[in-house]
Design a protein around this ligand. Structure first.
Ligand code: ZN
Ligand code: ZN
Ligand code: ZN
Ligand code: ZN
Ligand code: ZN
Ligand code: ZN
Length: 477
């Protein structure tokens, strides 16, 4: 790489071989790098953990990062079936195909020879507990159980785990979270008793899961908690992306990379909510699940960075209706051209009602129904509104390339994703689908669009829908 020189960390000779992890340590030759690794690995990082009263512990870049630079890669402290997964997964390895039952506890398993099934550090120990307590299979109790076992058998790892945020102060009686803990408690009570643990530990465990667990893929349908990756703070426009690879023991290792160039001193962030939800929905979701109010640049901007994901059309026919203060859920909405005003409640009711209609039509989508709904939405909503984008995305896949509507909607969707996810961190598949549809329209630069789609899909996990689309497009190119 471009002529930069340093001093070899081992022998002091001039050196131009740079450690690719931290890019701040030099070596004169590969042998010296290898020799120094056991010593260097503890300081080889591009981030540091910082603490503040408003954010808690968070991560800050300690050098400039380029796009795709590796930020961290670590195995989970604990992982198991995600609480809300609708799939049955193997209790040994997390695989989705579960034709058999574990001979010990009777829960679902992929095969008798599954590595995780007999391993005492994976399913082996919990199997005996499940069998003894005669607990019937329920995805949502396995991860809490694994955390309780961790506390019992591995206090050091429990200490790392319990240092993460659990927001129990926001999860008391009367909340949905409290009821969920109760449901898990009823299942796990005999095991907790055997461990001399009370209900309070389960409140903590469920809080840790809800606040920190990341959905993995592979294995699909599982969730993991990570020592450092869980310190990534939320931004509606994040600067990292992550994926998972299975380590030698079949556990999902998280791999976090820079989504775009990041400057030294910048906070490292990820997104804990849906990128294509408008500000009000995102902020309510974050408040309900992560217990904080986002105040990022996107949330602060009434137009959501010009995407107009929440913007309405004004009956005056010329103006658009925007929130006066997007950070206030009770704010008035006003037209940018006439004196027209709507209350927050009116906007809420309108978008909810249309949202229900969108959901109904999408459930049995036909070209005519989608097309009709899209036209009706355009009367009330900005064409960039989240409902128009959602219906449009289904519609373009049914319209013929000759229909001018297809071209128009494709372009609108691509404009939206280029604003809200310019580097394909979250919407790679979504954007690639629109690019492929656009590429079929007359007069479009087919090859450029398809190449861009393939580029966006380069990080999709093997055999995922994104990976399948990438292969399909490559066969079409
Ligand atoms: Zn040297
Ligand atoms: Zn290094
Ligand atoms: Zn298995
Ligand atoms: Zn078992
Ligand atoms: Zn935000
Ligand atoms: Zn107006």
């Amino acid at each position: 790489m471009g002529g930069e020189q340093g001093i070899c960390a081992v022998c002091g000779a001039p050196a131009n071989l740079r450690c690719t992890g931290c890019r701040s340590t030099f070596y004169c030759r590969p042998e010296h790098q290898k020799q120094d690794w056991s010593n260097h690995k503890s300081s080889c990082r591009c981030w540091s953990i910082q603490d503040s009263s408003s954010l808690g512990r968070h991560l800050v870049a300690t050098r400039d990062l380029e796009r795709d630079d590796l930020i961290m890669s670590e195995g989970p402290i604990v992982f198991g079936p995600g609480a809300h997964t609708d799939q049955r997964v193997c209790v040994g390895c997390g695989d989705a195909g579960v034709p058999i039952r574990c001979p010990g506890c009777g829960w679902y398993a992929c095969r008798l020879s599954c590595n995780g099934l007999l391993d005492d550090n994976r399913h082996g120990f919990e199997c005996k507990l499940l069998e003894k307590a005669r607990i019937i299979p329920r995805c949502d109790i396995l991860l809490p159980l694994r955390m309780i076992i961790l506390k019992k058998r591995n206090p050091k790892r429990w200490e790392i785990l319990s240092a993460l945020q659990s927001h129990e102060e926001s999860r008391g009686p009367g909340t949905e979270a409290h009821e969920e803990v109760e449901a898990v408690f009823q299942q796990l009570e005999p095991i907790l008793q055997a461990f001399s643990m009370g209900r309070d530990i389960l409140s903590k465990v469920c809080g840790l899961i809800d606040v920190n667990a990341l959905d993995t893929n592979p294995p699909e349908g599982s969730a993991g908690i990570y020592q450092t990756a869980c310190l990534l703070e939320h931004q509606c426009m994040a600067n990292t992306r992550h994926g998972f690879v299975l380590d030698s023991k079949g556990r999902p290792k998280i791999v976090v990379k820079a989504l775009r160039p990041i400057k030294m001193g910048e906070h490292l962030s990820t997104t804990y909510t849906h990128v294509l939800w408008a500000t009000r929905a995102r902020r309510e979701h974050l408040l309900a699940t992560k217990y904080f109010s986002c105040r990022c640049e996107r949330c602060k901007d009434p137009t959501e960075l010009g995407s107009h994901l929440g913007t309405l059309k004004c009956p005056c026919g010329a103006g658009v209706i925007l929130p006066k203060d997007p950070l206030d859920s009770g704010t008035e909405w006003s037209c940018d051209l006439c004196p027209g005003l709507l209350t927050s409640q009116e906007v809420f009711e309108l978008t909810e009602r249309l949202g229900e209609e969108v959901e109904n039509v999408m459930a049995s989508a036909t070209k005519d129904r989608l097309s009709d709904l899209h036209s009706r939405l355009l009367v009330l909503l900005h064409p960039g509104h989240q409902h128009c984008i959602a219906v449009g995305h289904s519609l373009i896949q049914l319209l013929s390339p000759e229909d001018p509507k297809k071209l128009e909607i494709c372009r609108r969707i691509l404009e939206t994703t280029s604003i809200l996810d310019p580097h394909g961190g979250r919407l790679a598949l979504y954007t690639a689908v629109a690019l492929r549809e656009l590429s079929s329209c007359p007069g479009e630069d087919t090859i450029t669009h398809l190449n861009r789609a393939v580029e966006l899909l380069r990080h999709e996990p093997a055999r995922s829908p994104g990976d399948n689309l990438k292969k399909l497009i490559l066969s079409e190119l």
